[in-house]
Design a protein around this ligand. Structure first.
Ligand code: ADP
Ligand code: MG
Length: 697
């Protein structure tokens, strides 16, 4: 990088040691470059004022000059609000505050000329401006389009408020000419209408118009996302080249026989597409590491089965790992049944497999008699040795740690291929980024003939009617889940709720007509399994549970899912829970029970659940509500250190950036063309300390 830009910030005119110290501590600005990348978070168009009379035509942020002519408080407690009547030459509008009323009230002055900045909102046919920004009127001859920087209290107190930061940036921009290296080749800039880097840096800090600000933002967002995607693709390539994998060249007669004669139903197009991707992976000579996303009920098991048949047909063994014993057992039973007519030995291994049964099982795994092993974590133990394991399928990945997966690698000379299946949909643009170094397949279609689940949102007050409805369903022979939240922080309270609920249900659904199961985290695992099994076998009609049932049990006869305190669950969890019903031929229902008072976010979650059954659509809403950090947990948060792009809002730019990055790597795999010099230098900076980079080819 060029020397000018890495100059320490204290050398900038107007900074000095004391301010420099604060800039470093408070907002992480150490160098000129850091200051240039401290982008404004919005702009104020100081070049003009709006008038109150024209507000109806303006659908955005407005700046108005005027006076407050009266201040009123109304409401009590949480409904308390403050209203100020604000007037200019053309009319009057209300400014309103719902929070901090008394504090704001003391800072408002009546009859003094001020300017306000905010977004007019229509409430019951009347316009007002909630929570406006208030400042003294700018000096005449205003400053045009002005950037607004975020600051901190301590910075403010030394004069480094947004204005102070703006001044420093201006000083720096004046010296900038010729110092900004262009990173993107001209042809690429032309094709995608990107302005130069130097121009973008000027315009982002000091645009002459909204359009200039937009073009600057677009260029910088693109650049940021482009290099992120490029890095991910390069890393993936490096990993791929390093990891040799078993080559599975033929389709094999086993696969063909099953596919032609015994497959229980026509595969959906999505299943076919994914299977093709897997088949291709198995024959590259590299190690497959593929994530398979598919909504609950989309038929991932069949894809897993066919993939395993491919591996077996090539002379390898295959394993399927499920997160719980019940799931492992269910997979074992359904797969054994489907493979009945074929000559394939399938075995089950879980924590409760008896020692006596293990001895021959271990032996048959080692001598290759068993071709397919289905089980739980028990399968990872070092005593479990295979003759020639070629493929491992992991169902419901989020219950599996990376370390556990790594133990799988050692089960053969080369690491067996890995297929991870998850029913938690991740929005495409996020998957592209967070799993940018994995391959992702998506089953985006449900098998035909499913009756969509009907989802309803009910308030606690209608519980009696709910019980009536459950009785009708049970009378038809169906089974019901009732799920309670159990969150660690309020474990005791939640536990009490669950127990109270269980008692109320047992009272309303008395023996001998009704039998109720209960499963929660405080039970011993044998007891849990026992209760679950009673429900699976239809011996109980109601299953009261905490979220332990979240993962994958299949009880086609269960047609109602009641979720208590649904406002406390996240969208993806609600969707997962709902996926437990709708597995049989009958109409199924999901009933979301909530308290009467709901926050805006909770309301949106309930509405989304009622509106759609599409997991990917739900994931998109979840992303908007929670942001990418919360959605994926913190472990990948390094990738979220984005300066200007926003993964939940800039999806289109993510897609575009990835396409461009792919194309560059295809046309210039080692990134050596003179035109790509800028790209190379930035990328090698990003990959510094990674010796393998030199070897990409
Ligand atoms: P999930 O993706 O949630 O693991 P499953 O593999 O358990 O879904 O499949 C859900 C149900 O759909 C199963 O009963 C399965 O037999 C059935 N199924 C899977 N694929 C098809 C298909 N192509 N056509 C009809 N039914 C299918
Ligand atoms: Mg499944």
């Amino acid at each position: 990088m060029n020397n000018f830009l890495i100059t320490p910030i204290e050398y900038l005119k107007g900074v000095g040691p004391q301010k420099a110290e604060l800039l470093k501590k408070e907002i992480g600005i150490f160098s000129f470059k850091d200051l240039l990348e401290y982008y404004p978070f919005r702009y104020v168009d100081r070049s003009r004022y709006h008038t109150i009379s024209e507000l109806l035509e303006v659908n955005s942020l407005v700046q108005i000059k005027g006076r407050i002519v009266g201040i009123f408080e109304a409401g009590v407690g949480r409904n308390k609000r403050l209203t100020a009547k604000f007037q200019d030459e053309t009319g009057m509008i209300d400014l309103v505050w719902f929070k901090g009323a008394s504090w704001i009230k003391s800072s408002l002055k009546v009859n003094e000329e001020i300017q306000i900045y905010g977004k007019p909102t229509n409430y019951k046919g009347k316009w007002n401006i909630p929570h406006p920004e208030i400042s003294a009127v700018a000096p005449p001859g205003g400053e045009g389009f002005q950037p607004v920087y975020s600051s901190t209290e301590r910075l403010n107190s030394t004069g480094l408020n947004t204005k102070g930061i703006e001044k420093l940036v201006k000083v720096l921009l004046e010296q900038l000419s010729g110092q900004v290296e262009e990173l993107l080749p001209e042809s690429l800039r032309k094709e995608h209408r990107l302005i130069t880097r130097e121009q973008a840096i000027h315009w982002i800090h000091s645009p002459g118009s909204e359009l200039e600000a937009q073009r600057a933002r677009f260029r910088l967002k693109f650049e940021e996302l482009f290099f992120l995607q490029l890095e991910l693709l390069v890393r993936k390539k490096i990993t791929m080249q390093k990891s040799k994998g078993y080559r599975m060249e033929t389709v094999g007669s086993l696969f063909n026989e099953f596919y032609e004669k015994h497959i229980p139903f026509e595969m959906t197009n999505a299943q076919k597409k994914v299977l093709k991707e897997i088949r291709r992976d198995l024959n590259t000579g590299h190690h497959m590491n593929r994530l398979l996303q598919g909504d609950v009920g989309s038929g991932k098991t069949l894809v897993a089965l066919l993939s395993m048949l491919l591996a077996i047909g090539n002379g390898f063994q295959a394993a399927l790992i499920a997160p719980t014993e019940i799931l492992a057992l269910q997979h074992f039973e359904s797969i054994s049944e489907m493979l009945e007519p074929l000559n394939v030995k399938v075995a089950l291994l879980t924590g409760s497999t008896k020692k006596k049964a293990r001895i021959p099982l271990h032996e048959e795994l080692q001598n290759g008699e068993i071709s397919m092993l289905i089980g739980t974590h028990a399968l990872l133990e070092d005593t479990v040795k295979f003759q020639n394991l070629g493929l491992v399928v992991i169902d419901e990945q989020h219950r599996f740690g990376v370390a556990q997966r790594a133990r799988m690698w050692k089960k053969n000379k080369l690491a067996p291929h890995v297929l991870i299946m998850t029913a938690t949909p991740i929005p495409r643009t996020l998957a592209m980024t967070f799993y940018g170094d994995l391959d992702v397949s998506v089953i985006d279609e449900l098998p035909p003939g499913r009756k969509p689940i009907t989802t309803m949102h009910k308030f606690d007050s209608s519980r009696l009617r709910l019980f009536g409805f459950l009785k009708e369903e049970i009378a038809k022979g169906r089974q019901v889940y009732i799920v309670y939240p159990l969150i660690l922080e309020s474990e005791t309270l939640d536990f009490n709720n669950l127990m109270d609920g269980y008692e109320a249900i047992s009272r309303s659904f008395p023996l001998p007509d009704y039998r109720v199961s209960i499963v929660h985290g405080k039970m011993k695992s044998e007891d849990k399994e026992f209760e679950m099994n009673r429900f699976v076998k239809g011996e109980t009609q109601i299953m009261v549970a905490t979220t332990v049932i979240e993962v994958g049990v299949n009880v086609p006869n269960a047609s109602v899912m009641v979720i208590e305190s649904a406002e406390r669950f996240g969208l993806s969890q609600l969707h997962q829970l709902r996926g437990r019903v709708g597995r049989g031929a009958e109409q199924s229902y999901c009933i979301l029970m909530t308290g009467d008072k709901l926050s805006a976010d909770s309301t949106k979650r309930m509405q989304t659940m009622v509106r759609t059954n599409d997991g990917f659509e739900i994931a998109e809403v979840d992303l908007q509500l929670r942001g990418p950090g919360d959605l994926l947990g913190t472990q990948q948060s390094g990738l979220l250190d984005l300066k200007i792009a926003n993964l939940s809002k800039d999806g289109q730019i993510v897609v575009m950036a990835r396409d461009v990055a792919k194309k560059i790597l295809t046309d210039d795999p080692t990134i050596e063309l003179p035109a790509n010099k800028g790209i190379r230098s930035r990328l090698s900076e990003m990959l510094k300390g990674r010796p393998d980079w030199g070897r990409i080819a």
